[in-house]
Design a binder for this molecule. Sequence first.
Ligand code: UD1
Length: 417
Amino acid sequence: MYRICGKKRLSGSIRVQGSKNAALPMLAASLLCKGCVVLHNCPKILDVYAMLSILKHLGCYVKWEDNTVVICTDGLFSCKVPKKYAGAMRSSVMLLGPLLGRVGCADLAWPGGCMIGARPVDIHQMALKQMGVRFESSKNCIFAACRGLYGAVVRLPFPSVGATENVIMAAVLAEGTTVLKNAAREPEIITLCKFLRAMGARISGEGTETIYIEGVKSLKEAEYAIPSDRIVMGTYLMAVLGTGGEVFLEGDCAGCLAAPLLLARKTGARIQERKQGLKVFMEEPSHVPIQAVTAPYPGFPTDLQSPLLALMAVSGHICTIKETIFESRFATAGELKKMGADIRIEGQKACVYGKQTLEGADVSASDLRGGAALILAGLFAEGVTTVHNASHIRRGYEHIETDLRMLGADIDAVGSH
Ligand code: UD1
């Protein structure tokens, strides 16, 4: 668990970790190359460990050196991911495309991950079926097989990040060209495409609604540096807005935070976007009304909705946030209420009657970003806050307590989480 003593102004400089949502599909994509890939700046987080356990279970060799991970896939002998591994993480579904491309089958126990909505995989299945994949899914597993993958014109009914990544990874070794329409435009998709191109894939259009993938016979070994995590940078940005202070967040992802930065400026923050990172100056803790709507990139990221909810809780004004991506992502509101927050949920909308401050309390994380939001609430609150179920937070934050302590926060990780 984490123990936080609130009301400290943040100041100083920290380096933002590598991106979880870029690392996970890249680790899965390593299966597409018969040989070794080297990924630098890989975050040491539970989701990455879970993905690496799966790769090892399938026969891959994995080696860490600091934050560099080497994955050699010559020994791949299975396409079956049992519950023990898949249940730990939603992103196991990310293995569908690479396994189909490499060995023509994937047998995945139903994926786990954050309880933030139903999270079906119908869009992944619909898209891959058009490329020659047959599915036999049951209550417990998704089984997919193909006698070869074929390029197709695929239009997604919604720009799902995971489905976009799966189609791209399946298409790179398919016969012919795939045209993916209504694709997600998240920066992590651009990173995945750059990495696949470094392996010899032929892809263009990433970052737009239409992506073209021309299948090649095989991919070659590659080395790539994972960019900084825009959601972690955004979490720390929200922290400074609520505590006041002056911080430098070092990382190459500031350019991917346009919507959160626009919001931050409206709260009174002075921000300089630099090539090496983000300089944030917030004279006093934010006390303005805030309105936000989550949306696919470049909209306000759903992954920052919970941290924003914590900020709204101490805004001193009526704020609203509409969640349009995940249907059950307001679970954190219940825990924030234990700290004195006044939040009323109506369907997909949260109305927050912001207080001047919160009171420290015993609260419990039930998902990754919600857990981070509770830590922020602890920073904004009077007295001591204890955040239980910290393993949810460790799924995505490499060393949140060290980072925040370096910025002057009074926070400790206590016990075995
Ligand atoms: C990814 C991110 C996650 C982020 C999310 C939205 C990773 C590892 N995770 O998750 O942090 O919050 O994008 O930006 O990159 N959906 C369906 N059917 C499908 C697929 C998705 O209905 O087959 C729905 C989901 O239930 C959800 C919405 O579409 O309501 C968005 O999901 P998607 O974009 O696929 O998110 P993920 O890839 O799971």
